[in-house]
Write a protein that binds this ligand. Structure first.
Ligand SMILES: Cc1cc2nc3c(=O)[nH]c(=O)nc-3n(C[C@H](O)[C@H](O)[C@H](O)COP(=O)(O)OP(=O)(O)OC[C@H]3O[C@@H](n4cnc5c(N)ncnc54)[C@H](O)[C@@H]3O)c2cc1C
Length: 408
């Protein structure tokens, strides 16, 4: 029996179409805008036009079913498209599968009522609205959402939300937030204390305190306060006490979607490393002939290859409705670390150029750093993986269930 690692023709066609669009249409436009130091308005108009073109080409919402204006692809195919799209600035946004909207779309599709979907999901799918996901709080460990302090108290038909959040990515300019708040502080199981709410950002009491300045600059990850924010019962997303579960369901595919984008960046960094190493001459030969540099290439290649297999296998498990927790945790940890190491090696081989902003690598390295923290830090994933390995061994006498459940 052979395991088939090829994509069906229509998926491969879609992947190649994204690649062609990004290389032949988007990249030249980006270069032109950058070289001409185009104004913010010119950039905005150009990006809108590129989004329109992507849509006309049928490259829109690859992660959504056709009835929601999507391409109706499975998550394995989405992985292939995302890895291509991310190689170009704004790539995922141009095909409307950027974080955090992409994860929020999945969440609403899964948990939303028909009314919620029409009101909030439809505009996201049409690309006319943006959203954010508001869970992490400065005062308590984001790694342990059972500690969330933001409260939602029922008053008549409304919920009144009070709390303090930060790193609500994309909150500025978003039309609504999915907010995780404590509704059932006395529930016996800590995981049943939180619920999720859809909060329009123009609701009185929704306050953006500041744009948190980060290694990567500012603007993307604001600090927020919810001051007596009132939303109707119909804005509860999922069931009361189901906020923790919703977060976990959201984060499974969303984590994997990050991995898909990171794979594209790892590949890009390795290609830059290989290219530079063959052109730079030092101490009697080009860098690519030095064993120390070859090891960097080889290690990056090994790690990229295993990253791709892990992502494809985790996607396969999600697509086939199998238990995917161990595989997604392993993929998230491995791909995030591979991204960090590979971009760092590429910086090293580029020397001063790699450290400068004349090359995209400096920016890629800064972005790579958060991959090991957000959506579950390295240590939390390792903890979960260890739990699953122990459980698998104790329940079945084998660790196989926690290492992919593969037939070998
Ligand atoms: C760029 C970026 C974007 C983000 N976007 C969003 C967003 O859109 N919405 C949102 O709600 N949040 C977002 N976050 C927040 C992110 O989800 C949290 O940073 C993450 O969950 C970790 O929480 P924390 O920062 O409070 O760190 P903490 O929970 O305080 O953890 C700090 C460190 O402690 C260690 N640690 C924690 N628990 C354990 C453990 N059990 N065992 C061993 N070590 C442990 C880890 O090393 C961890 O990195 C974003 C973060 C970043 C950096």
């Amino acid at each position: 029996m052979a395991i088939d690692f090829t994509f069906p023709e229509e998926v491969e066609d879609a992947r190649l179409l994204v690649k062609k669009f990004m290389q032949e249409t988007v990249q030249p436009k980006m270069t032109e805008l950058r070289d001409s130091k185009a104004s913010g308005d010119t950039w905005r108009i150009a990006i809108k036009e590129l989004r329109d073109t992507a849509r006309q080409l049928g490259l829109w919402n690859p992660h959504m079913p056709e009835e929601w204006g999507g391409m109706g692809l499975g998550i394995t195919a989405v992985a292939a498209m995302s890895a291509e799209a991310v190689k170009t600035p704004y790539g995922p946004y141009l095909i409307n599968c950027q974080a955090p909207d992409e994860g929020n779309m999945h969440t609403m599709l899964h948990f939303g009522t028909e009314e919620q979907k029409e009101k909030w999901l439809r505009p996201l799918c049409e690309g006319t609205a943006r959203s954010c996901f508001s869970m992490t709080e400065p005062e308590v460990a984001g790694s342990d959402p059972t500690q969330i302090q933001t409260s939602a108290v029922k008053q008549g038909d409304e919920w009144v939300i009070n709390g303090h959040k930060w790193f609500t990515s994309g909150a500025r300019g978003a039309d609504f937030a999915i907010v995780i708040a404590k509704t059932d502080p006395d529930a016996e199981i800590a995981q049943a204390r939180n619920s999720a709410f859809i909060v329009p950002t123009n609701t009185p009491g929704f306050e953006i305190v500041r744009d948190v300045q980060t290694m990567g600059g500012g603007g993307g990850h604001p600090e927020l306060r919810y001051n007596d924010v009132r939303v109707p019962q119909e804005n509860m997303l999922g069931e009361q006490g189901g906020g923790h579960k919703l977060g976990q369901v959201r984060l499974g595919p969303a984590r994997l979607a990050h991995c898909m984008r990171w794979i594209g960046q790892i590949e890009q960094a390795l290609e830059m490393l290989v290219d530079r190493a063959q052109k730079r001459y030092s101490h009697g030969s080009v860098l690519s002939e030095k064993q120390g540099i070859q090891w960097m290439m080889a290690e990056s290649a090994l790690e990229l290859y295993s990253s791709k297999l892990m992502v494809l296998h985790a996607a396969y498990k999600i697509e086939n409705e199998m238990d995917f927790r161990a595989e997604v945790s392993m993929a998230k940890h491995h791909v995030a670390n591979t991204l960090w190491k590979t971009v760092d090696r590429a910086v090293q081989v580029h020397g001063a150029l790699g450290y400068s902003n004349d090359s995209p690598l400096a920016n890629m390295l800064i972005n790579a750093r958060w991959a090991r923290i957000a959506d579950g830090s390295d240590e939390v994933h390792l903890m979960r993986i260890a739990d699953m390995v122990i459980r698998s061994y104790n329940e079945t006498g084998s660790v196989n269930h926690a290492v992919g459940d593969l037939p070998l």
